[in-house]
Design a protein around this ligand. Sequence first.
Ligand code: 3HC
Length: 704
Amino acid sequence: MSTVTSRIDDQAGQPVAVITINNPPVNAMSLAVRLELRDAVQAATADAQVVAMVLIGAGDKFIPGADIREFGQPPTGAQPPISGRDVIAAIEASTKPVVAALGGNALGGGLEIALGCHFRVARADCKLGLPEVNLGLLPGAGGTQRLPRLVGPARALELITSGKHFSAQQALADGVVDALVDPESPGGQYAEGQLLASALAFARRAVAEGQPLARVSQRNQRLAEATPALFTEFLAKHARKWRGLMAPQHIVRCIEAACLLPFDEAYAIELAAFNVCKASAQRGALIHLFNAEREVARIPGLSADLRPQRIRSAAVVGAGTMGGGIAMCFANAGIPVWLLDATPEALARGRALIEKNYATSVARGSLSQDQVDRALSLIAGTLAYGAIADTDIVIEAAFEDLAVKQGIFRQLDAVMKPGAVLATNTSTLNIDKIAEATTRPGSVVGAHFFSPANVMKLLEVVRTDGTAPQTLVTTMALAKQINKVAVLSGNADGFIGNRILAVYGRECDFLLEEGATPWQVDRALQGFGFPMGLYLMRDMSGLDVGWRIRQYREQFRDKRLRYSPIADRLCEQGRFGQKTGRGYYLYQGRDATPDPEVETLIAGVAAELKITRRAVSDDEIVTRVLSAMANEGLKIVGEGIALRAGDIDVAYVHGYGFPRHQGGPMYWAAQRGWPALLDTVQTYHASQGPLWAPAPRLLELARG
Ligand code: 3HC
């Protein structure tokens, strides 16, 4: 089956070749597409009767980039290795105008093809962009060379290093497209063939008017806007954000080359940089996440006919920090939301906190005052359960106490309309026990948000044995509606994320006893790519919360297992972290400095436990912590709590600041190799005991 078809549109005696790309599901530019597209362009160029060409995607959907599945695969050898550059060379060699008709997504290599054309017309709803940086790549078919020629080097730096999509209207304003095609009907519907008709008319006009063929590669005027400082300043401004990342730095250098060198020389530099990125481990990790982020939404075993219920209204019970943050998520997505609490004072406090958070967003420029006003108008407070009865979903975010939550669910059960989703934000309680308080356990599900709820992207959706499939798919789909990434978890202690976090924290604490310092552990983790080390993070969120939970759980703790009392000792001294000015570090405002007293405290604990402290290397810290996380992750998968290892990676990247370019703890371990992980786990098992028992799944994987 061909992926590219060609036909002649012969209206008005001006034959135009219509070249249509059709490679479902998204029209990615696979090797076959590249080959057939180049051949079609060359054939139309050679066809004496053809006066112009239009490139269009089937169903108006243009190309969203190279076929990601081809990266990391060995060349097939079956076909000649045609690149996007070869297609563009064929277009640029044509003596007839080539018009790109853009709709759907014109991204990555797709936009590069369009930039290689002489003209571009776009549907007003088309999304454009060069998002390669998100995959650890750079646009390798001239994107870093042609885009600055149209939008200027400063804007090209922003667009290509951020990888952000931009609208067709923006593209028109920036000179990336030459004309917009607005929908024919006032309802915003495009008539079939409307984009093509506009592109054909554009092409014929260009021929009739004898318009010069505007090759972007030859339009150099805007490159002169680059000042010598532009690139060094841009790199310096983003140095912190791009620490350890390859692709953005290469992109800056390629755009700089575009401004300083003749096209052909800079084009060669772009290709070399693209190949370096393509061969990098970061590209592998980021494409792994791209795939895992799509896979995570799939729940095996559910009927394909099941359709999520669209959430049109919501309620949150509990107007505390978490509840307020959750209400903001709904309001930001345009969904009206009730905030319910027991007293007017609690509601007023909740509302004030929400307003303060929004004011910060406006001050930072992440939201406009208009957006905030709209969001605030969607949040209403109430003391009455009756007021929320008709909403599609309610999320309980009350105090972590089973009796309190059961009381709330009893009331919800009494008032909520049939079919409403009853979700709890608990992070520590058994959701089955909460569901028991209702007569409809099928409607009960966990919706575990991460703090701050309006910022963190992860939503753990927790299913109990009783959760109905309809409740599950609706809650998973809700995540997308409110701009979150849902990861499905079984109903087990800590779910996925916090169970692994416990292991992560445990090993860091043991490393302190064995000889490391909090600042060394943090430095090693930050060196690996975490934006913040464990101890800075604990100090920021406050040490007292975990302390209270540990005190409650002390009665259930298995006393035979190793336990580090360092965190408890700090709390006993009133060191609760940033909020008390002292935790693992000393604080001046938010600035942390190492505290020798903490080192003394740690040495004292080690002496009590008869541990001889030793030098610990940064490498050991990273390997030990990540190996423990991956081993626990495999236990979680083996127990059926996570569906897939990739789900754990998605959870860690979106909920715990795991560096994206490392792919997640499971990907990290898989890259090192399962035998290497088993070796590390067995070594620690021998020295540390049962906490390091290898996951049964690891034994299988390491055996191969
Ligand atoms: N190659 C191969 N498959 C792709 C693909 C691509 N470029 N883009 C999407 N797909 C697949 C997805 O994996 C998914 O497959 P699945 O159904 O088996 O899970 C399916 O298409 C649908 O994708 P989404 O679920 O993401 O659909 P959406 O409608 O939500 O989004 C999209 C569509 C905006 C195109 C989004 O998929 C996307 O952002 N794709 C990647 C775009 C990109 O990064 N392009 C640059 C590629 S690199 C490049 O072009 C190099 C060049 O410079 C040389």
